[in-house]
Write a protein of this length. Structure first.
Length: 302
């Protein structure tokens, strides 16, 4: 009887996903933020009826629309459900407070936390992949909520690549380290953190981002498990492997994903070398890479 009741509870439980691609500011950032959000939207919507997905892209990504989406989640989500918020874009830190950059007025970390606090789901995950996001963890953390930040402090203000690899983790079966046919928040974090570090090593550049997490609801965020940190992250399933993961394992699709990653790295390298390049040559190479990246993304979206 207990097993039957547990099975019935699990069958009713749902996961509410909110994905936001914030203000890009430049065409290449606009394109990559929107592409990452679209990838997550496709992956999460492929999970079936228990997944409720809200994705805000481009002009939809305003503070007002974000409040509306979180309000709908707060209205519908129950304590036994789970809630996942992924913020993709730019963040700013003025020495006092962190803000997520929307099209129009921004929202501070405490304002975002207040909206999340209204969601009844007892198990929550907030993934903040923006720059200067490390400072946001203190405002967002609470018992029952795991918070992931792509940088360890507000002073790491450069654009990040962590978002790219977080999205990739949810499309790569290799992220399922324990072979449980699911990808936990901890597995996705470890995958993305390792890939980010490898990116800077390959580019022979000083790493300007160091991902951290907190899932005990207090204290300083960490980069590794221990002293209670990591338990909630390990038990919180972000994605159960199914059709979307099987599709990503297709050789043709994997080739497109690899091509996309190379183009994004090429764009990152160009931006890093911009100061030493002829302006016209820089613009020509960047435009060509962005056009090719858009074509690859269209193929992936089919």
């Amino acid at each position: 009887m207990a097993a039957m009741l547990l099975g019935a509870w699990q069958a009713r439980a749902a996961t509410y996903y909110v994905v936001v691609a914030g203000l890009g500011g430049e065409p290449d950032y606009e394109q990559r933020f929107n592409a990452a959000a679209k990838d997550l939207d496709r992956v999460f919507k492929g999970l079936g009826d228990t997944a409720h997905v809200y994705t805000l892209n481009a002009t939809e990504a305003t503070a007002a629309r974000f409040r509306q989406a979180l309000g709908e989640v707060a209205r519908d989500a129950k304590p036994e459900d789970e809630f996942v918020l992924v913020l993709i874009g730019h963040g700013s830190f003025d020495g006092v407070e962190y803000k997520f950059n929307f099209a129009g007025p921004d929202l501070t970390a405490p304002q975002i936390a207040e909206l999340c606090d209204r969601v009844a789901a007892k198990r929550q995950l907030v993934v903040n992949t923006t720059s200067a996001r490390g400072i946001s963890v203190a405002a967002l953390e609470r018992p029952g909520r795991a918070v992931v930040a792509a940088t360890k402090s507000g002073t790491e203000k450069n654009a990040t690549v962590f978002a790219r690899y977080w999205v990739e983790a949810l499309q790569d079966p290799a992220a399922d380290v324990d072979k449980s046919d699911s990808i936990s928040a901890m597995e996705a974090f470890s995958y993305a953190a390792k890939k980010t570090a490898a990116f800077y090593d390959a580019q022979k550049r000083l790493a300007t981002e160091h991902a951290v997490f907190d899932d005990v609801g207090r204290g300083e965020p960490v980069r590794e498990t221990g002293n209670g940190q990591g338990q909630l992250m390990s038990s919180l399933t972000v994605l159960r492997l199914g059709g979307s993961l099987q599709a990503s394992n297709d050789p043709g699709r994997r080739a497109l994903v690899e091509k996309k990653e190379k183009l994004e790295q090429q764009i990152d390298t160009l931006k890093y070398q911009k100061a030493a390049m002829d302006p016209d040559d820089y613009k020509k190479q960047l435009t060509a890479a962005l056009v090719e990246l858009a074509k690859v993304q269209q193929e992936l979206d089919k």
